[in-house]
Write a protein that binds this ligand. Structure first.
Ligand code: MN
Length: 231
């Protein structure tokens, strides 16, 4: 087969303990999945889960022990961090029951759902799609994937983010409103999941703005850390 121009290469994420990489299919994100974050955004935290997507080439892939570069995006004056546990799907399926969800998971990573909050709020007010606030270039930093066998029990993990060494977000995966298995059940009822899908599971409270020069260091215990510098 020939193409009229060279196709975009497959986006992939390193996997700890192997030179083989995880090829990314789609990036799903869960909205308002921690009660205290839902409240800080003006909601009760008792809604069914809802989802949005980011393009795969929005990933900023950062290797273990390195600090990635995060360009300050255009059009915003309120560029927010959202630290999140990311679930990497290894076996696809639709209408997956929560009880079976674990066998579809390849591994986990630490991710940032970077948000142009001013643009997202404007779109919310107008009842328009969130894409410009959520799905922009370089909006999805991610660290390497830890395979499930090496990850321990992520449901008991702590999730945190520091900016320039100061705590901004610190919570526990156990505080997810819709846990990992329930999220997979809801998501796979709406879309057929495929191997290579990433799910950003939502952020706890403490979201706030960053500016050029800031260094973000996030982590989920058992999964290592993710570091990026805003330029
Ligand atoms: Mn988020």
């Amino acid at each position: 087969m020939t193409y009229v121009f060279n196709p975009t290469p497959t986006v992939s994420v390193p996997v700890l303990g192997t030179p083989a990489r995880f090829p990314v299919h789609r990036i799903y994100c869960v909205g308002r999945n921690y009660e205290e974050h839902a409240k800080e955004m003006g909601f009760t935290g008792r809604e069914p889960p809802f989802f949005f997507l980011k393009p795969t080439d929005a990933l900023v892939v950062v290797n273990e022990g390195e600090t990635g570069t995060l360009p300050y995006p255009s059009l915003t004056h309120n560029f927010h961090h959202e630290i999140e546990l990311v679930v990497a799907i290894g076996v696809g399926g639709k209408n997956i029951k929560a009880a079976d969800a674990f066998q579809h998971i390849f591994g986990y990573a630490v991710g940032l759902d970077m948000t142009r909050r001013d643009l997202q709020n404007e779109m919310k007010k107008l009842g328009r799609p969130w894409c410009i606030g959520k799905a922009f270039d370089a909006s999805a930093p991610i660290g390497p994937i830890t395979p499930v066998a090496q990850a321990g029990d992520v449901n008991q993990a702590e999730v945190y983010l520091q900016v320039n060494g100061q705590d901004r977000q610190r919570s526990a995966v156990a505080k997810l409103i819709w846990n990992i298995a329930e999220t997979i059940e809801h998501l796979s009822a709406a879309w057929e999941l495929q191997a290579g899908d990433l799910i950003y599971t939502g952020t706890p409270e403490g979201v706030a703005a960053v500016v050029s020069g800031d260094t973000l260091l996030g982590g989920v215990s058992g999964l290592g850390t993710l570091s990026v510098k805003v330029i």
